[in-house]
Design a protein around this ligand. Structure first.
Ligand code: OAD
Length: 239
């Protein structure tokens, strides 16, 4: 049996599938990932990107942070691809229970997925650091330079920056869901950023499926590894 047929079989026999994804889920929507050869971290900037998108950098140099963030991390016109669409369809059919994503792009929700846990936040939520007023993405992108609230406070995206902890509630819920899943599909992530990568270890079941175009250090823990493009795999699955 081919690997895709094996995956089709696993999916058709379960109503408790949890999907855990990373930047590779959105590359077919023209959002670059971080660690591929043509990923965001392979380009040259004045500072290493991990430094720019850290909390301490944001606090001392919000101009530079926002220049990078608006240019490289936010894709206002991106549309869901086959992977997002197929996952939303599988949720509607009662197969996929939850999506846990490290992405901040909102594409799963745009495709129609309802149960999405955003481990690293979202570019669509932004708050004034002084009065906590909410601002949408358009406000941030249309504002020249560092977006400032009516009260004079600096607006910060609700995105988990380096040096910041993950949202406790999202993390606890994600671990609980992974722990109760029957099928666990991990896709499009290098599994190198913690604590998100560690969550994969909470899956106790027998159907741990890993889909990634390159090998990862977690391949040896998976029951089925598909080294291919996610959007292609999901297009096949829902065909
Ligand atoms: P990475 O860039 O580290 O990993 C993306 C993985 O997806 C790589 O292993 C690619 O080979 C694979 N990939 C890319 N496109 C693919 C495709 N179309 N089909 C199959 N595989 C594909 O991204 P993440 O693991 O998501 O954090 O990175 C984790 C975190 O690091 C991000 O959430 C971000 C970053 O720092 C924050 O910004 C807080």
């Amino acid at each position: 049996m081919s690997k895709i047929n094996k995956l089709k079989d696993i999916i058709s026999n379960s109503n408790n599938i949890v999907f855990f994804g990373g930047a590779g889920v959105s590359t077919a929507s023209n959002i670059p990932d971080f660690r591929s050869q043509d990923g965001l971290y392979s380009e040259q900037y004045d500072y290493p990107p991990e430094r720019i998108i850290s909390n301490s950098f944001f606090m001392v140099n919000p101009e530079e942070f926002y220049r990078f963030y608006k240019n490289k991390m936010v894709y206002r016109d991106a549309k869901p691809n086959y992977a997002h669409i197929a996952l939303a369809k599988l949720e509607e059919q009662g197969k996929v229970k939850s999506i846990i994503t490290q992405n901040i792009d909102n594409l799963h929700q745009m495709a129609g997925s309802k149960n999405v846990i955003e481990l690293h936040g979202s570019v669509h939520r932004n708050y004034c650091m002084k009065c906590d007023k909410f601002y949408d993405l358009n406000y941030i992108l249309d504002y020249e330079g560092v977006p400032i609230c009516n009260c004079g406070g600096t607006i910060k995206p609700d995105v988990v920056l380096y040096e910041e902890p993950l949202n406790n509630e999202a993390m606890t819920k994600a671990i609980q869901i992974i722990n109760q899943a029957e099928v666990f599909i991990v896709a499009g992530t290098s599994l190198t950023v913690y604590p998100a990568a560690n969550m994969v270890r909470y899956f106790p079941g027998e159907h741990f499926v890993l889909i990634n175009k390159e090998k990862t250090s977690y391949d040896r823990f998976a029951d089925l590894v598909i080294n291919d493009y996610i959007e292609k795999v999901f297009e096949e699955i829902v065909k």
